[in-house]
Ligand binder design. Structure first.
Ligand code: NYM
Length: 212
């Protein structure tokens, strides 16, 4: 569909509070793109399959304690260790749907009180998303959705702070999605945004880097 043989895939990131519906919508987007015959993969951060990811996972489940700065840098390292594969996939024409990225890194750590610019620094040079789909939901409403699990950060008071931190990260690549609506309505909206985004990338939009 108008794509050059060497056209690249799109880097699509979903962000939002815990229980905002990111994981459901990421899965549906993947199914949609596969249905169109467009090469796509679903990624998520933290990627718990690597050794860094296992350290993060044990921290999140309260099986280990880590200094706030240390865990922030581990989350960032977990993205850096996937960076070259990410670039290879995008350049080979695969669209990546990514469930959480650097914005989660900054929003969650700065909500703990770490300096905002310090939190952004280790993300500099990672690939910038072509679009960020921010699933916007009031923290109270997210908390009602079947309740939180037992992981660190899954507390209403903390999620309120995370929501505020996310506000400081909005830029031109962000689409604010009303995530209080029915799942199917959100799904349709995301399909339209992502289709447009893929077309723009196929027309030759260059890859860019954080924080642009
Ligand atoms: N999280 C996620 C961070 O604190 N920093 C990060 O860089 C990333 C990617 O991990 N509560 C937090 C947000 C979540 C938690 O994510 C686990 P998930 O999507 O529940 O697996």
């Amino acid at each position: 569909s108008g794509a050059n043989s060497d056209s690249r895939g799109a880097l699509v990131v979903l962000e939002g509070l815990d229980r905002c519906g990111k994981t459901t919508q990421s899965g549906r987007l993947l199914t949609y793109l596969e249905g169109l015959g467009h090469p796509a993969e679903l990624w998520r951060f933290p990627d718990r399959s690597t050794s860094v990811g296992q350290m993060i996972s044990s921290y999140l489940s309260n099986q280990s304690q880590l200094d706030d700065h240390t865990v922030h840098l581990l989350f960032s390292a977990n993205r850096w260790e996937k960076r070259s594969l990410m670039e290879t996939k995008l350049k080979s024409g695969t669209t990546l749907i990514v469930d959480r990225y650097s914005y989660s890194g900054v929003a969650f750590s700065s909500a703990k009180g770490l300096d905002f610019e310090w939190c952004k620094a280790p993300e500099i040079g990672l690939l910038a998303p072509d679009v960020v789909l921010y699933l916007n939901i009031p923290p109270e409403k997210a908390a009602e959705r079947g309740g939180y699990g037992g992981e660190r950060y899954e507390k209403l008071e903390f999620q309120r702070k995370v929501a505020q931190s996310y506000q400081n990260l909005h830029d031109a690549s962000w689409k604010i999605i009303d995530a209080s609506r029915p799942v199917e309505d959100i799904e349709k909206q995301l399909q339209e945004i992502v289709s447009d985004c893929i077309k723009t990338c196929q027309k030759g939009k260059p890859l860019s880097f954080l924080w642009s």
